[in-house]
Design a protein around this ligand. Structure first.
Ligand SMILES: [Zn+2]
Length: 61
């Protein structure tokens, strides 16, 4: 019985939260999003005047 998923939350690999692609660079992994998607996301956030605060760090689940 191997409990592979029973380890602490240490992510050596990650997926882009936007497109689901693999994140290869440490920076992208730390941000949880690929460089291209990060640019698009920032552009969208600037364009969208959202009255509600964006819970950017609520995606860790
Ligand atoms: Zn992406």
């Amino acid at each position: 019985m191997g409990d592979i998923e029973g380890r602490p939350t240490v992510r050596l690999v990650a997926h882009c939260r936007r497109c689901g692609g693999w994140l290869l660079s440490p920076r992208s992994i730390a941000e949880g999003i690929g460089p291209t998607c990060a640019i698009r996301e920032r552009a969208e956030q600037r364009a969208a005047v959202a009255p509600v605060e964006l819970a950017l760090f609520d995606i860790a689940a």
